[in-house]
Design a binder for this molecule. Structure first.
Ligand SMILES: [Zn+2]
Length: 288
């Protein structure tokens, strides 16, 4: 057994590079799994112009990275770049080309321009303030993942508007739906999709009462239009914990829950995330 591993490490340090789902589509979250023949001290990567820090859990030669492809990315072949730093200081480089396939997002042609209510000066001030608040929340840094196991639907409900729907007017793109809307009567408990840290919990002009959870390494879930907030910024939450109640706050026409998934600025399909098989992670730093 040892001889086989030694022979393999001499040939190919990146023994196996795989990903889930097997076919990656535009707007999909994905999990990369890198099996090394020798154990590196760190494994960094680049995907879609973003940095990835891989982590190992349990078996030290298997490394993972949770990422995705933005809803507006073009279907094409993209490189996954890997840099493994070995205990002796050598850096081993590897590139794998991965095909990103198109997604069948709905396009809705608008016959009249989308109704746009011009916000007044007070609202504009609030919108500008919100922009800064969101920017600060999105720049939150955690070196390691806080999620563990699969992400879960925040409430038992059905989709009222799908992710990625494009609205066009006069042949021009008017908007893209960067989340999923769920049917939700006001007052329905909204649950954290996974473990993480609350990086924003307050009322915003468009989003209404909004909660943003960083699940680690800027992989975040967003929950909007809540009638009540049950968490505060900086709080650690666990999967299934109630973070608030659904509602119709912000710029909406009726009560529903808008959920979004954001990885380093890329917006990903939440429904794809719920069905993604993810490993249960052991608590980081020296648990084994
Ligand atoms: Zn929505």
């Amino acid at each position: 057994m040892l001889a086989a591993v030694t022979a393999a490490s001499a040939k190919e340090p990146f023994q196996k590079v795989t990903w889930a789902p097997r076919s990656i589509t535009v707007g999909a979250p994905c999990l990369f799994k890198i099996e090394m023949s020798a154990v590196p001290s760190s494994l960094e990567g680049k995907w879609q112009g973003r940095d990835l820090t891989f982590f190992s859990s349990g078996r030290e030669h298997i490394w993972y990275g949770l990422a995705g492809v933005d809803v507006e990315a073009k279907p094409a072949s993209y490189p996954l770049e890997l840099d493994a730093t070995m205990p002796d200081g050598r850096v081993l480089h590897e590139v794998r080309e991965i095909q990103v396939r198109p997604s069948a997002y709905k396009t809705v042609k608008l016959n009249v321009p989308e109704r746009f209510v011009q916000p007044g000066p007070e609202a504009l001030k609030k919108i500008e303030l919100d922009r800064e608040l969101k920017k600060a929340a999105f720049s939150h840094q955690t070196p390691a993942p806080e999620w563990s196991g699969p992400f879960h639907l925040p409430m038992d409900s059905t989709v009222s508007e799908a992710f990625g729907t494009r609205r066009t007017f006069n042949g021009k793109l008017a908007s893209i739906h960067r989340g999923v809307d769920y049917h939700a009567k006001a007052g329905t408990p909204v649950l954290a999709a996974n473990n993480g840290t609350v990086v924003l919990a307050q009322e915003l002009y468009y989003e209404g009462n909004c909660v943003i959870i960083d699940h680690g390494q800027q992989f975040m879930t967003l929950y909007m239009h809540l009638s009540r907030l049950d968490v505060t910024e900086g709080e650690k939450v666990t999967e299934g914990q109630r973070i608030g109640l659904s509602g119709a706050t912000g710029r909406v026409t009726g009560s529903h829950l808008h959920v979004a998934v954001r990885w380093q600025g890329a917006y990903l399909d939440p429904t794809e995330l719920w069905s993604l098989q993810l490993p249960v992670l052991q608590q980081a730093s020296g648990s084994n």
